[in-house]
Every structure is written in C-alpha cells, then in structure tokens.
Design a protein around this ligand. Structure first.
Ligand code: FAD
Length: 276
C-alpha cells in the first residue's frame, strides 16, 4: 500500500526483534483482514515466525511518511482513530516483549515511556503514531503483502477455512484467516455468533495541542493521565508523543453513567438534576 519511509532492514531499531535465524519455518498462506493494531501486530508476529501473510484493509489511504504527519492520516475504517487513547501498561509490556524494535522506533520518534506509581510502565503516544510505526515495520517485512481490499466473507469447505472472498468477488486462498476487522467486523459471525459489544454510551470531542518548548504535562494523578474532576464532569488530558496532548471533556449523564431501578421511579429526576 505504501513503500515510503519504512525503517530499512538495516535500521538499528530492528536488531532487537527476531532475526531471520530465529524465524521458524511457516506453512501456507495467511490472510489477515483488517490492518488496525490487531492486524498489524498479528502480521508482524506471523511474518517473523516464517509465514507468508496477506494483510488486507478496506481503507485506501497510505500511511503518512513520518510521525509528524500522523494527524493527517485519513482512517475512515476506525472512527476513533484520532481520538485520544491512553496506552495501558499491558500494551507496553506486550510490545516490549514481542516487538522491541517497534518500541525503540516509537521512542525514537518522540513517544515517551512513563513509569507508573505501582512500578508498571507505559508509553505516552498517539494511537495514530503507534499505528504508523507498526505499519512501517509491517511494510519492511518481505513476507507481508499489505493491500487495499475489503473482505466480504470467509470461504470454507470440507470443515476447514479455504480463503476469503473480496468485495470485488475475487477469492484469495488461505490456510489460515485472521479476522482483525474490529468492532464492526462481521466476518466471524457465522462461526462465533454474537460477540461481546458493550456500548460506550459516551461522545468523544477532543482537540490536539502541542506543548510549548520547556513546558510539561502537569501532575499525573490517574494511571498515565492527569484528570480534573468536578460535579458531573471530568477533564482528562492524554499526554502523547513529541509534546502533543489531547484534553477530553467528558460529561456522562444520567443513564449513561448509572442506571437506577425503575421500581424507585427516580431516573428522570436524576437525569434532570445533573444538568440543572
Ligand atoms: C472513543 C474510543 C476511545 C478509545 N480509547 C481507548 C484508549 O484510551 N485505550 C485503548 O487501549 N483503547 C481505546 N479504545 C479501543 C480501541 O480503539 C480499540 O480496541 C482498537 O481500535 C481495536 O483495534 P482492532 O485492530 O481490533 O480494530 P480496529 O482498530 O477497528 O481496526 C480494524 C481494521 O479493519 C479494517 N476493516 C474492517 N472491516 C474490514 C473488511 N471487511 N475488510 C478489510 N478491512 C476491514 C478497518 O478499516 C480497520 O483498519 C477506544 C475506543 C473508542 C471507540
């Protein structure tokens, strides 16, 4: 999809990752539907174990060349792409263990590792920057073919997966299909049935800013982010990479934040009490 400024195979940050000698021999073609964080990390893991991977995403926009341009990346397939994300310690631990070259590249690009009061660690980084660096790493893998294509269905026969059918009707054969199509994806439904989909019941509105030189993010008092709370609202500041940050005014109201037993008939009163 893009052959721009991906880290070269000689890039020092790549040396921490598994090298060719450590790769096990893979078998068969793997198709991954969806090139979000799940699809990209799966593609890296499978390719580095020796598999040939076709990674397909319905979003056509190529990644920007550099992290500086991440804010302009149009990712229509992921509605929350440019909304503030905080990266939990578990994500940082997984990336550090399995994809240290990605963590090294992120920090080289301005993401900041932070140590939490309980000793765990995380990373201040925009989601767009994370995805851009992951995608550049994928593009540098010789056995991953990243393509613009929408997957319509998984093909199966004789009790096994045989490939995927694309929106244009073409069929790509595969011995393994990874469904990484995100929350709205429906590819696995014929086999998995309904999936867990907890509604967020929140509306996100955010803007991004960049710190002035020498300025800091202030006191971090909730996990990896500073939070100021008032009566019925909260202001969350998501520190990101290279001095960027995104404040998020969050105002969950009434049943969106807690429901009351209808037996007591107090839901409407509570709904009206907060805004007043
Ligand atoms: C408002 C909001 C805030 C959030 N904040 C946080 C946070 O602070 N921290 C956190 O860890 N998580 C947060 N999340 C959750 C996080 O964004 C998701 O868990 C994450 O995006 C899931 O990644 P994914 O790769 O599974 O799916 P996605 O990111 O949704 O990627 C799916 C990909 O599949 C592609 N695709 C879909 N269908 C097809 C198809 N048929 N064929 C080909 N390609 C297809 C899409 O284009 C997309 O690129 C938040 C979510 C929301 C909605």
């Amino acid at each position: 999809m893009h052959d721009g400024a991906a880290p070269s195979r000689g890039d020092p940050h790549r040396q921490a990752g598994p090298g060719p000698r450590e790769r096990s021999e893979g078998t068969g073609q793997v198709v991954i539907a969806g090139a979000g964080v799940a699809g990209l990390t799966a593609a890296l893991a499978l390719a580095r174990q020796g598999h040939r991977v076709q990674l397909l995403d319905r979003d056509a926009a190529p990644r920007p060349d550099a992290v500086d341009g991440a804010a302009a990346w149009k990712r229509r397939g992921v509605a929350q792409f440019h909304q503030p994300h905080s990266l939990l310690a578990r994500l940082y631990a997984e990336l550090s263990a399995a994809l240290p070259d990605v963590v090294a590249e992120l920090t080289a690009q301005g993401a900041r590792p932070v140590t939490l009061p309980d000793g765990l660690a995380s990373l201040w980084c925009r989601r767009s920057a994370l995805e851009l660096v992951l995608r550049a790493a994928v593009e540098a893998e010789p056995t991953v073919d990243l393509r613009h294509a929408a997957v319509r269905a998984v093909e199966a026969g004789g009790g096994a997966v045989t490939g995927v059918r694309l929106d244009d009707g073409a069929v790509l054969p595969a011995g393994l299909v990874v469904d990484a199509t995100g929350r709205r994806g429906r590819l696995s439904r014929p086999w998995s049935g309904d999936t867990v989909d907890v509604p967020a019941d929140e509306a996100y509105v955010s803007r991004r800013y960049r710190l002035l030189p020498g300025a800091g993010f202030g006191t971090v008092n909730r996990g990896v982010i500073p939070v100021a709370e008032g009566d019925g609202y909260a202001l969350l500041v998501f520190p990101h990479d290279a001095g960027t940050y995104a404040p998020l005014g969050l105002h969950p109201l009434a049943d969106a934040v807690s429901t009351s037993n209808p037996h007591f008939g107090r839901g409407l009163a509570l709904a009206a009490a907060r805004p007043a």
